[in-house]
Design a protein around this ligand. Structure first.
Ligand code: HEM
Length: 389
């Protein structure tokens, strides 16, 4: 099987993913508490900014897959043929380019912090993936153009062209997801670096890679559905009560099934990787895993009631959003506990990130950036037409 995958994907031998064993001292203490203050500071910033990236990235992944499926099924073909889920498809299709742009923009901050903290592991993974890592840039550019093309009513007119463009955009987004997942796993597995370097071996035959891809891809649906529901409730695309009611069942099903598949993949990852399981149940990871579980229960409860009632009451949509955000925040930390072993230097102690010059400049520009974002959001929100209560 792995030989077949190698041929299909034109890569050389496959390597097993063997994550570095985790340091018990790191696992048996509160998250960040065992790290030097500067390392902990930048890692905390990486976590906070990564959550924002995941928020938009979830909408981008699940939204593209949903729009592709809707295009294949002929579910949207203009206002006149909205049908039960047409309104939802149109709203998601319209917002996709913005969501992808936001995911890209929000990815830059964690990228910088993670590079600072995990220099060796992160850069080595980038270099070993090389062309497949660099391909992210052109792939994202093409994906965004395809998403705009999907909105061009006069260019993409037939069901076949809509389906082709939608499926193309979705395939490219899955490629980007795969690239990030593989990069993360490579960075966790220094023992496989020599064979990857010597023979261009890849991890594409590893079950862990596909389980993790499944976890991220299916796991993007609950938050995507919560945000899309919130958009409809707020009247996006002119959606009224009928459109909200029509979309309620689809969104609830997608969120519940996506969440269940993601959970199954997560359990699969825990079986495949002792380090993954240990980081989740460790003292460092457990509180955050509990937060994620609570969030999942809240979101699942809200979607179940929505499924039964076939309505999108604001309180339930808010509960679904809050639950999914708790899952993302909790799992972002659990994911990081798994990687903390990569911080150990040659003496075994966690590496200290130097608090070099220019910190004041960093703080200044961070404050200016946040201020400008807040101003833009406020200005745009004020100029939006009022929506029905
Ligand atoms: C819109 C398309 C994108 C998608 C679908 C996507 C998807 C992902 C996924 C699935 C992960 C988690 C990987 C894992 O834990 O296994 C991830 C992490 C990350 N992404 Fe994105 N991403 C996108 C764009 C970007 C861009 C353009 C940037 C940078 C500017 C970026 C920065 C990051 C960073 C820094 C991480 C954390 C990496 C790490 O912890 O090693 N992403 N992304």
């Amino acid at each position: 099987m792995s030989a077949l995958i190698s041929i299909v994907l034109a890569v050389d031998p496959l390597v097993a993913v063997e994550a570095t064993a985790l340091d018990p001292a790191i696992l048996d203490a509160a998250f960040l508490s065992t790290l030097p203050a500067t390392t902990g500071f930048y890692l905390a910033l990486a976590m906070v900014t990564l959550v924002v990236h995941v928020l938009f990235m979830n909408y981008a992944i699940a939204g593209t897959l949903y729009v592709a499926a809707a295009a294949v099924a002929g579910r949207y073909s203009g206002r006149s043929a909205m049908g039960s889920t047409g309104s939802l498809s149109m709203v998601v299709r319209d917002w996709l380019p913005s969501a992808v742009s936001a995911a890209i923009t929000a990815g830059i901050a964690p990228l910088l912090f993670i590079q600072i903290v995990y220099q060796k592991a992160f850069y080595t993974a980038n270099l070993l993936l090389f062309n497949r890592w660099m391909a992210i840039l052109p792939v994202l550019i093409i994906a965004i153009y395809l998403m705009y093309l999907l909105k061009a009513k006069h260019l993409v007119t037939t069901r076949a062209t809509k389906a082709a463009v939608g499926v193309g955009a979705a395939a490219l987004m899955v490629y980007v997801t795969l690239a990030f997942v593989e990069n993360h796993l490579v960075s966790l597995a220094p023992s496989s670096w020599p064979s990857m370097y010597e023979s261009s071996a890849s991890m594409l035959g590893s079950a862990l890679l596909w389980l993790r891809l499944g976890m991220w891809t299916a796991g993007a649906f609950p938050l995507f559905c919560a945000i899309a529901a919130w958009q409809l409730v707020r009247g996006a695309g002119g959606a009224g009560e009928n459109e909200c009611a029509a979309a309620a069942r689809t969104l609830a099903r997608l969120a519940l099934v996506g969440g269940a598949i993601s959970l199954a993949c997560l359990v699969g990852c825990a079986f495949k990787s002792d380090a993954f399981a240990a980081s989740t149940t460790s003292i460092a990871g457990r509180p955050y895993a509990i937060v994620a579980c609570l969030g999942a229960c809240v979101a699942a409860g809200a979607w179940t009631v929505i499924l039964v009632r076939q309505r999108l009451p604001r309180a339930l949509v808010a509960a679904a959003c809050t639950g999914s955000l708790l899952v993302v925040a909790g799992m972002t930390v659990v994911r990081e506990v798994h990687r903390l072993a990569q911080l150990s230097g040659t003496d075994g102690a966690p590496r200290e990130v130097p608090f070099g010059g220019g910190f004041a400049v960093f703080v200044l520009f961070a404050a200016i950036g946040l201020g400008v974002i807040a101003w833009i959001v406020r200005t745009v929100a004020r100029s939006l037409p009022p929506t029905a209560p």
